[in-house]
Design a protein around this ligand. Structure first.
Ligand code: PMP
Length: 441
């Protein structure tokens, strides 16, 4: 039996994240249920999920293994501290996760979101160097158009002006290299762009500007997702890895979006064959159902604390909800679902079908680029002078009316459906989006 749907007329009390309440109020869009590939709206319509929620519901919605695991754990052990105490699900989950991570990445620190995972990784990087007697390594390097969540660490290393400019001085000792998005050479690339590996040399330039021995870590998204699906040119990530190695700098991959099967491999690190020193994950770790984030770290990093001097044997960092039992159960149920249904490699099977499907939108009005990798796609629209985000946002509203959830950032439409999507649903997604694009002014 369905529970009654709760509806309220007060659309002000909830201060919505990254949303203008004023605009939302004039046209509220509400989901009240979700199953597999679809949301149900408050007015009873089915909406195809073209974005896995916010890049997170990789296993789709309402998956029984996940909900059952959560119910069972909440009834059995709802909460236990992880400071000086433990519970079995935390250790089991960490062991299961390190079986999935690239070789050499053997330790898991739990947080509750991507933002917390990022800030944790940055702090671990700084503390690691200090533990090894290299406390002069305090600088962090990110990228323009990088998105690393909304904590102070994340917005400092991140490269989105609007997310930074309201909030004062941010962290000091942070530098940025350029992003690699280059439509003059790479428009309508299929898969990885051919041109632009040389953007990695920016890192050498920024390092040369400082004393290299002052740099603690470089953080990058293997694919910048939130800023519009910016794919790394062939050879770029390998070059970044080599430069970090040359100077003893830690490399952090922010895999909050690319982790857990989005590219057809467990992680982007596997897909690209480039192993960072730490990885940050969230979203797909619980298929979005319960908040959870994590930092995966190499043994050398963990060992610096475990075998350091007496005053350094613990990391002075953690959250009340680190390794929350119900979140751990959700993650275990999610990993079971991924394993049973082969979801961590399913994007590889669908990738060429998906690529052809999204590229079939080429030639429609205002489309200036289409890009794809794994089960990620993006359609970039020509900006309207003076109104930079109007056209894509109008596509978002029209798609929603036609029963399709897409995500937009600036003039870019981003697609990242749950990994359970069928070929027929890919066709439906692209047909609906094509119909929408044809109506844009
Ligand atoms: N890093 C990346 C790469 C992300 O895409 C996101 C979220 N989109 C975050 C960090 C922040 O995650 P959260 O919203 O869970 O804090």
């Amino acid at each position: 039996m369905n529970a009654p749907i709760r509806v309220t007329n007060n659309l002000e009390a909830f201060w919505m994240p990254f949303t203008a309440n004023r605009q939302f109020k004039s046209n509220p869009r509400m989901f009240v249920a979700a199953k597999d590939m679809h949301y149900t709206t408050a007015d009873g319509r089915q909406v195809l999920d073209g974005t896995a929620g916010l890049w997170c519901c990789n296993a789709g919605h309402g998956r029984p293994k996940i909900t059952e695991a959560i119910q069972k754990q909440a009834a059995e052990l709802d909460y236990a501290p992880a400071f000086q105490m433990g519970h079995p699900a935390a250790f089991e989950l960490a062991s299961r996760l390190v079986q999935l991570t690239p070789q050499g990445i053997d330790h898991v620190f739990f947080a509750n979101s991507g933002s917390e995972a990022v800030d944790s990784a940055l702090k671990i990087a700084l503390a690691y160097h200090r533990a090894r007697g290299e406390g002069q390594r305090f600088r962090l390097i990110g990228r323009e158009r990088g998105y690393h969540g909304v904590g102070f660490g994340g917005i400092s290393v991140g490269g989105i002006v609007s997310n930074r400019k309201m909030f004062g001085t941010l962290l000091t000792g942070v530098d940025h290299i350029r992003h690699t998005h280059d439509l003059t050479r790479n428009a309508f690339s299929r898969g990885l762009p051919e041109h632009g590996a040389e953007y990695a040399e920016d890192l050498e330039r920024v390092i040369a500007l400082h004393d290299p021995s002052t740099i603690a870590a470089v953080i990058i998204e293997p694919i910048a997702g939130s800023t519009g699906v910016l794919l790394p040119p062939k050879g770029y990530l390998e070059r970044i890895r080599a430069i970090c190695d040359k100077h003893g700098i830690l490399l952090i991959f922010d895999e909050v979006i690319t982790g857990f099967g989005r590219l057809g491999a467990p992680f982007a690190a596997d897909y690209f064959g480039v192993t960072p020193d730490m990885m940050t994950v969230a979203k797909g770790i619980t298929s979005g159902v319960i908040p959870m984030g994590a930092v995966f770290a190499k043994k050398e990093i963990y060992d610096a604390f475990m075998t350091g001097p007496e005053h350094l044997i613990e990391l002075f960092h953690g959250y009340t909800y680190s390794a929350n039992p119900v979140a751990c159960a959700a993650a275990l149920g999610t990993l079971d679902t991924y394993a049973e249904e082969g979801l961590l490699t399913r994007a590889a099977d669908l990738a060429s079908y998906w690529e052809d499907a999204v590229h079939s939108l080429k030639g429609l009005p205002h489309v200036i680029d289409i890009r794809n990798l794994g089960l990620i796609g993006a359609i970039e629209l020509e900006p309207i002078a003076g109104q930079p985000t109007k056209r894509a946002f109008s596509a978002f509203l029209k798609a929603y009316e036609k029963g399709l959830l897409i995500r937009t950032t600036g003039d870019i439409i981003a697609l990242s459906p749950p990994l359970i999507i069928s070929k027929a649903q890919i066709d439906e997604l692209v047909t609906t989006l094509g119909d929408v694009l044809k109506t844009l002014d």
